[in-house]
Design a protein around this ligand. Structure first.
Ligand code: APR
Ligand code: ZN
Ligand code: ZN
Length: 361
């Protein structure tokens, strides 16, 4: 029978979010209902509320979550009731042109639940990134549930569902950071710090953190930055060259989505190096680059969607590293909050006060 639970809903563009009773149907074929235990507050939730993603209001927000599978629909074999799972927004299809070429991390046809969750009156909700996990329970496609070791607390595990995976993956999957590499990370929020942690894990030698906020630079060091530079006071390109033998970094990761900073990342890169863009630009932004340098410097300019992750491969592996004490996911959790506190958490995020506020249910 369909269940009624609490959920955080954005009803109209720019309006504060509200807690609403939502209706969660029983899982249909291929679907699962998950009892959410923790869900991080991500910028993308705020973008949805501001109408920056699309106009399909009302949105059920939240998408960076972990919980327990409560029930599964017909034909589901990958997960079962009782499993501890991280929710992902890349349930790969296995049959699109990218999957068939052996690149499922780019899957162009990812799965979401077919049925809709609704408000009490029957209005259909648009779940953020096909998840909608600021709710006691949510309905997803079973492929969006990745089973991981239940020894990990949900507050830490859920972070891998979006921002932290994006940052770690930008370094290890997209940037291919390896032993002895020099890396520069521009923007040390949750995503940038995760890129720093990923680079550290991968064996990078020099890791330069760039930010305009000294508080963020201090935290970046805790994740493994070997050098920091405040780009308000110093030219980050010159600084990065100065600590890399005059050459620039092998991998420059832009974790803001700012054209000026992207240009800095482009210029701070060594010959044949890689620039990774993981920050999400706004639709009105454009970049201008010296075309001869785009050619002449060689290397790669890459974008990183969701850290080019493959949830079934990366989530259990990273949870394993967490449980071995080699990846400090807890450090990303600035505070745990209740479902009622999401609106206030957006403001803290805007003021740069938190890496991640995590709703605990
Ligand atoms: N130069 C250097 N650092 C900057 C600049 C700038 N011009 N502008 C902002 N920053 C820093 C901020 O001080 C902050 O520490 O970038 C960091 C951004 O962090 P958050 O706002 O916490 O964002 P985060 O959650 O890390 O996400 C970063 O990735 O997934 C996307 O949508 C997300 O585009 C966003 C980006
Ligand atoms: Zn596919
Ligand atoms: Zn997100």
């Amino acid at each position: 029978m369909a269940q009624q639970v609490r959920g955080v809903v954005a009803r109209s563009k720019g309006a504060p979010v509200s807690i609403e009773t939502i209706v969660v149907p029983d899982p249909g074929p291929g679907e699962a209902v998950v009892a959410v235990q923790a869900c991080g507050v991500c910028h993308t939730d705020l973008h949805y509320r501001e109408g920056g993603i699309n106009d399909a209001f009302p949105f059920l927000l939240g998408h960076e979550a972990a919980g327990i599978v409560e029930s599964v629909g017909e034909g589901v074999t990958g997960v079962a009731p009782g499993d501890f799972v991280i929710l992902n927004w890349r349930a790969v299809c296995g049959t699109c042109r990218s999957c068939r070429r052996g690149r499922p991390w780019y899957c162009f046809n990812t799965f979401n639940a077919t049925q809709k969750m609704t408000l009490l009156g029957g209005t259909e909700l648009s779940p953020a990134l096909g998840i909608g996990a600021f709710a006691d329970k949510t309905l997803v496609h079973s492929g969006q549930c990745t089973k991981v070791d239940p020894a990990a607390p949900a507050t830490a595990a859920g972070l891998l569902g979006c921002g932290v995976m994006a940052g770690i993956g930008a370094a290890i999957n997209t940037g291919n950071v390896g032993r002895g590499d020099s890396v520069a990370v521009f923007g040390c929020g949750g995503v940038g710090d995760a890129a720093i942690a990923g680079s550290y894990l991968a064996g990078a030698h020099t890791i330069v953190a760039v930010d305009i906020d000294d508080r963020k630079l201090a935290i970046a060091k805790q994740f493994g930055a070997t050098h920091t530079v405040n780009s308000k006071d110093h030219d980050p390109v010159e600084y990065i060259r100065s600590v890399t033998g005059g050459n620039g970094a092998d991998v420059c990761i832009e974790a803001i989505g700012n054209p000026t900073v992207y240009r800095q990342a482009f210029e701070a890169r060594d010959l044949a190096g890689t620039v990774v863009l993981v920050g999400v630009p706004r639709p009105d932004m454009t970049i201008e680059l010296p075309f001869l340098d785009v050619f002449g410097r060689g290397g790669q300019l890459k974008s990183s969607w969701y850290g080019d992750c493959l949830p079934s491969r990366d989530f259990p592996m990273l949870i394993g590293l967490y449980l071995e004490g080699r990846l400090d996911l807890d450090r990303f959790v600035s505070e745990t909050i209740a479902l009622d506190d999401v609106e206030e958490a957006f403001h803290k995020m805007e003021r740069g006060e938190v890496l991640r506020s995590v709703v605990v249910l």
